[in-house]
Design a protein around this ligand. Structure first.
Ligand SMILES: [Mn+2]
Length: 436
């Protein structure tokens, strides 16, 4: 038993961001001793067994909690996720410092904290290390970059911030080793993983809801299998789904492990998992449920995705309205004049608010005989028009535009034209910071 006065700790199921943050905090608070939960992610365990001498860590049962007066918590903000230290929650003589990139559900009330929306906690700590000009060894820089890349999906997840990229640059400047990094970020794919993946491929149905394609696989497993998150990610990539969810039930201990991976802004796995009592980021998350039927969990996920969607942007919020339209008897000559004058590439043809077709500049260019320009537009317009309804979302509009190679979609309520949505409206939505 050690009577440490000052300790640094992090969450159970310790991932690389958590381990890296503990090691980085140790550079900022050299008097504090790192205390690591015994429950580690498998690749973290592999890393530590290889680097045992370099990162001296203590287990919670090796220290005496009563002696602790100064606590540094990294990459987590809830007492319940710490190991063996819950008894510290009610102490009022404890000074607490918190470093975390999770903003929700905080119940560790810190005396000082750095809690910011960031792709990884290690980026917050790296920013401070850089500012304080504290030197890093290549091994430290490598570990920190592994944590950063794991939590940000190599800087691609939606929660990634510019400070994450700056931290990555700083760690590369300090000789982070990309070879070592990729060997730890690509965990082993073994027979157990193959079995689970094949079961998922055999059983899971593709679900389409509000224009999103996702799947919910329900797989019974025998005991605990490490690395299921990797299998869910592989499955999502193989089937090119917006999101994939795995409900892994272990009938023996009546527990369900739920793991989600998403590649689409519209399906926020982190918020879905928080609703299920777990946590995570927009692109990745998990939850552990006890004594809940897997079918119930599957319908909860579906309901959450549906609910998520209803709250998000609809076509009616971003369409242009009213729409410049022309009547079916307008001559092609007039149509050409209007298109040139207004700078449109196409116009809907409408009679009494009812959409009859669409005429585009391309259609006019195809006319070789100039005398035909006197004929009405109804003989030239395209009557098979792709349309969209106002309650759909921008992803669905984008999909139709890509699929049919069209730059605008009339928005119909029933058969009435109520607006139009263009490729640039959709682009503006996806690139939140485009002007206009
Ligand atoms: Mn993290």
């Amino acid at each position: 038993m050690h009577n440490f006065h000052s300790i640094i700790t992090t969450h159970r199921n310790t991932d690389f961001d958590a381990l890296a943050s503990v090691a980085a905090a140790n550079l900022l608070y050299p008097d504090a001793k790192p205390v690591l939960p015994r429950n580690l992610n498998p690749n973290v365990k592999a890393f530590l067994s290889l680097h045992k001498e370099l990162f001296r860590m203590y287990a919670p049962n090796e220290i005496c909690p009563d002696a602790v007066k100064h606590l540094v918590v990294v990459d987590i903000n809830r007492w319940g996720r710490l190991e063996g230290l819950n008894c510290l929650a009610n102490r009022d003589d404890l000074e607490i410092i918190l470093w975390d990139h999770h903003l929700h559900d905080t119940d560790i009330l810190a005396d000082w904290k750095c809690q910011e929306a960031m792709g990884a906690t290690i980026s917050l700590l790296a920013r401070r290390l850089q500012a304080e000009k504290i030197g890093l060894t290549p091994i430290q820089a490598t570990l920190f970059l592994i944590g950063l890349y794991e939590d940000t999906g190599h800087l691609t997840f939606a929660g990634t911030r510019s400070d994450d990229a700056r931290a990555a640059a700083y760690l590369l400047d300090n000789d982070a080793d990309l070879g070592v990094l990729s060997s730890f970020l690509r965990p082993g794919y073994g027979a157990a993983h193959k079995n689970v993946l094949f079961k998922m491929l055999e059983t899971a149905a593709r679900i389409t809801l509000n224009g999103y394609n996702f799947s919910i696989s329900q797989i019974a497993i025998d005991g605990h299998i490490d690395g299921l998150a990797m299998v869910v990610r592989m499955y999502r990539e193989l089937l090119n789904l917006d999101a994939a969810f795995g409900i892994f039930s272990s009938p023996k201990n009546k527990k369900c492990m739920v793991i989600g991976r998403s590649d689409n802004d519209g399906i926020n796995v982190g918020s879905i998992m928080r609703s299920l009592g777990g946590g995570g980021h927009p692109g990745a998350g998990s939850a552990m449920l006890k004594a809940v039927n897997p079918d119930t969990i599957a319908s909860m996920i579906k309901a959450l995705i549906q609910g998520n969607q209803e709250a998000s942007v609809q076509i009616s919020d971003m369409m242009s309205s009213p729409v410049y339209t022309i009547l079916p008897d307008t001559s092609m000559h007039q149509v050409k004049t209007i298109l040139d004058r207004e700078g449109y590439t196409g116009l809907p043809v409408v009679d009494n608010k009812k959409l009859l077709g669409v005429i585009s500049k391309r259609d006019i260019r195809k006319i070789k005989n100039p005398r035909r320009l006197n004929a009405p537009v109804k003989g030239f317009m395209n009557r098979r028009v792709q349309t969209i309804s106002p309650d759909k979302n921008p992803s669905q509009a984008a999909r139709l535009m890509v699929k049919y190679d069209i730059g605008r979609l009339p928005v119909l309520e029933g058969d009435k034209l109520i607006g139009i949505i263009t490729r640039s409206d959709v682009m503006k939505h996806f690139y939140h910071s485009l002007p206009g």
